[in-house]
Design a protein around this ligand. Structure first.
Ligand SMILES: Cc1cc2nc3c(=O)[nH]c(=O)nc-3n(C[C@H](O)[C@H](O)[C@H](O)COP(=O)(O)O)c2cc1C
Ligand code: SF4
Ligand code: SF4
Length: 379
């Protein structure tokens, strides 16, 4: 697992994530057996959705009885979920439970019974009418006060919380992301629908949460597009066959071993998200950097200080023959530059190590950008 951590640097719920590919939940389909059959090719899995209380169990029965959707049906959610967790006990796949519940108390009771070895994912995604009428799924995206109350209830028992949403349902996804962050969520699992990477970039620029991008991720190009616009992981539901998962896992592993940073952003002036500040020049010219700094409320002077302080004592500090006298201001390795490459050669820095250092710098910048959590007005 150390090898995986060195490669991707990803941890969820205190566990190393072997590869940034997850299984998305599909009710009646994705359970422990489904995960174990795919375990060699995934790093995390969200099983379910599982109903957690009388109202949602009744909704699941109504949906299943209608005949066109499958559901997991049982009388006791704790017994069912304990069985599922038990089946996963020897697996290194990080496990999340996608849960339907109609009140904060329902989620909290389940978390108290099952403990902190799993991630609790709130299903704020389901649009089946019986579930919405039971006060869960998409209902939560129209009733943010209730959603944030569920997050706070789960956090009160100190577990890792993910929220599964569908983009474009809440009135403003940026505001939604900020609210979920300030309520204490750890992960945002986003079905991007047809909005694609532009929506993902908006959300990346709004909060520091771990982001899982979802919907129609079926090729390396689509996966890379998500990673370069802010995704930490991608998840697959309908395309989660072994062949697709194995291909994506092999491709991202190869790419990362070659390039160093699996989800490096595009340069800011090429549509990159806020993490791309790591590749930005000194703020001296008229380019997208200046409005970006204004938007995130960081002065030019502070930007200079944040970047130069963060690389003190590292190999990014040097580089007097580069445009701005230090590699801290240098571009992504995909932009060819003989001055940067010469400097790296003199310093004995490989392009993979350079990208790793840029990733560390990006983390430091993100810490500053999202230092102040928005006020949680419990709404
Ligand atoms: C049959 C089926 C059942 C689903 N059940 C759930 C669910 O219980 N909870 C949930 O959050 N999403 C559920 N989803 C949504 C998926 O997790 C995913 O967001 C959606 O299918 C888009 O991603 P994909 O293109 O990878 O399938 C379901 C999707 C399908 C097709
Ligand atoms: S500072 Fe450089 S990299 Fe950043 S947006 Fe401007 S031109 Fe592009
Ligand atoms: S030296 Fe090359 S890599 Fe560095 S900022 Fe100038 S153009 Fe970009």
């Amino acid at each position: 697992m150390m090898e995986s951590f060195n490669r991707f640097g990803l941890m969820i719920n205190g566990k190393v994530v072997r590869t940034p590919i997850a299984l998305a939940p599909m009710a009646g389909i994705v359970d422990a057996g489904y995960v174990l059959a795919r375990a060699p090719h995934i790093g995390a899995a969200f099983i379910g959705g599982y109903a957690t209380d009388d109202r949602t169990m009744e909704a699941a029965r109504t949906i299943a009885a209608a005949g066109d959707r499958r559901e997991f049906l049982y009388d006791d959610p704790v017994t069912e979920l304990t069985t599922q967790i038990q089946k996963m006990k020897d697996s290194d796949v990080v496990l999340g439970l996608n849960l339907r519940g109609s009140s904060p108390a329902s989620f909290k009771a389940i978390a108290e019974s099952l403990g902190d070895t799993v991630v609790y994912e709130i299903d704020a995604h389901c649009r089946q009418i019986p579930m919405i009428e039971a006060g869960c799924g998409e209902y939560y995206l129209h009733n943010l006060k209730e959603l944030t109350a569920v997050i706070r209830a789960l956090k009160s028992v100190d577990v890792t919380v993910s929220v599964k949403i569908r983009a474009g349902v809440a009135a403003d996804d940026r505001r939604l992301a900020k609210k979920l962050w300030s309520a204490g969520a750890d992960i945002l699992h986003i079905d991007l629908m047809d909005f694609g990477s532009a929506k993902l970039r908006q959300i990346r620029n709004s909060c520091p949460l771990m982001l899982i991008a979802n919907n129609s991720i079926n090729s390396f190009d689509v996966m890379k597009e998500m990673f370069s616009h802010g995704a930490d992981l991608v998840s697959l539901g309908r395309n989660s066959d072994i062949r697709t998962l194995a291909g994506l896992d092999a491709a991202i592993t190869r790419y990362t071993d070659d390039q160093g940073w699996y989800n490096s952003p595009k340069q800011l002036c090429r549509g990159g998200d806020v993490r791309a500040l790591t590749f930005c020049c000194m703020p001296v010219k008229d380019c997208p950097l200046i409005p970006t700094l204004k938007r995130i409320g960081i002065s030019r002077e502070d930007f200079l200080k944040i970047k130069t302080d963060a690389v003190k004592g590292t190999l990014l500090e040097g580089g007097q023959h580069t445009c701005f006298g230090s590699l801290v201001w240098c571009c992504k390795t995909s932009s060819p530059c003989m001055f940067r490459d010469m400097t790296m050669q003199q310093e004995g820095l490989t392009s993979k190590e350079y990208m790793r250092l840029k990733r560390d710098l990006s983390d430091a910048i993100m810490d500053c950008v999202f230092h102040d959590m928005p006020h949680d007005d419990a709404g």
